[in-house]
Ligand binder design. Sequence first.
Ligand SMILES: [Zn+2]
Ligand SMILES: [Zn+2]
Length: 126
Amino acid sequence: MTNSVEKIKIFCDNCGKLVAVVTFYPEGENKSNSLPTLKVSDISGWICNSIIPHSNGKKSLLHIAKLLKERKFRELSYDYFGFVCYKCDKAYCVNCWKDITPIWDGNFYDYTLATCPAGHESMIDD
Ligand SMILES: [Zn+2]
Ligand SMILES: [Zn+2]
């Protein structure tokens, strides 16, 4: 079990570009939150930027970090990783997703659909 800050880089399965950096902060290392957190920073800045809170449990945060390193994307929670096509079990950068379509519920933004390079429609932002 690691107790230091760890950065996991996710590269696009289609073109090789950097898609996102996921940082694991152990307890006391994240200035804005004393509890362990996982921060997901999407390079393009729009598919997915989220903090996965400690409420998921430190063990599960480390488990998520492990799954990311092993690129076992299908086992990740849906909401936090919009760059993943769960049908392919692969990660794609913003340039490789096609037909990016924001879906509105009246005046309110709801979610964004896109098509992966293999032709699967997927929710890339929620
Ligand atoms: Zn796909
Ligand atoms: Zn790409």
